[in-house]
Design a protein around this ligand. Structure first.
Ligand SMILES: O=C(CO)[C@@H](O)[C@H](O)COP(=O)(O)O
Ligand SMILES: [Fe+2]
Length: 221
């Protein structure tokens, strides 16, 4: 069985109690904290920045996975590295020089990844596979939590899984958007190994019950 990781998105957490929320979700079994950064320019919403990443860091030992939905991307990368992010991903359309942005993330001591919107072609993977630690497939259009999973994303996950296996490299394949107990197994069967879930976890009273139920689904894949 592959190593499966569950990455709750704090976008759906109670921001007034964020420290407690991240502690609780890690105690409930989260492997990664997914941190959505939106700039009201690349996406039509505005969220949180490096100060908040730095503020939650002492509360959790697990990796913080920063999903940048900002344009341009390079200026903010060193700030997130200083704020103790572990993984930083960005959308290729938001960078003028994709290879440079990936290298900048790694030079700042973080793991680097590219994010693909539902309609973004996979050719952006050409020539940069050796600089990737994560590939993130969006199963909703970026900008908001609580949207419905777009089934077409499964084909894309399958295609990326093939490319990762052919590369022989250890690259995490993350899926983000509308992941729930009911569809997590389908995403895993398509080849995903890391599952972002915001509203499915933070919207529920018992985080451990949801994460356990997700793991039970994954155990049957
Ligand atoms: O990046 C994004 C949205 O742009 C996500 O990380 C969402 O925050 C996931 O939320 P759910 O779809 O799981 O509610
Ligand atoms: Fe995200």
């Amino acid at each position: 069985m592959p190593t499966y990781r569950i990455a709750p998105s704090i976008l759906s957490a109670d921001f007034a109690r964020l420290g407690e929320e991240v502690r609780n979700v890690v105690a409930a079994g989260a492997d990664i904290i997914h941190f959505d950064v939106m700039d009201n320019h690349y996406v039509p919403n505005l969220t949180i920045g490096p100060l908040v990443c730095e503020a939650i860091r002492p509360h959790v030992q697990v990796p913080i996975d920063v999903h940048l939905m900002v344009k341009p991307v390079d200026r903010i990368i060193p700030d997130f590295a200083k704020a103790s992010a572990n993984i930083i991903t960005f959308h290729p359309e938001a960078s003028e020089h994709i290879d440079r942005s990936l290298q900048l993330i790694r030079d700042n001591g973080c793991r680097a990844g590219l994010v693909f919107n539902p309609a973004t072609p996979l050719h952006y993977l050409d020539h940069v596979m050796d600089k990737l630690d994560m590939i993130l497939i969006m199963s909703v259009n970026p900008g908001f939590g609580g949207q419905s999973f777009i089934p077409e994303a499964l084909k894309k996950i399958e295609a990326v899984r093939k490319r990762i296996d052919e590369s022989g490299r250890d690259i995490m394949l993350e899926v983000d958007g509308g992941i729930k107990i009911e569809n997590i197994a389908a995403a895993a069967r398509a080849g995903a190994d890391t599952f972002v879930a915001g509203s499915a976890i933070f919207g529920k009273p018992d985080y451990k019950a949801v994460i356990d139920a997700m793991r039970a689904q994954l155990a049957q894949v």
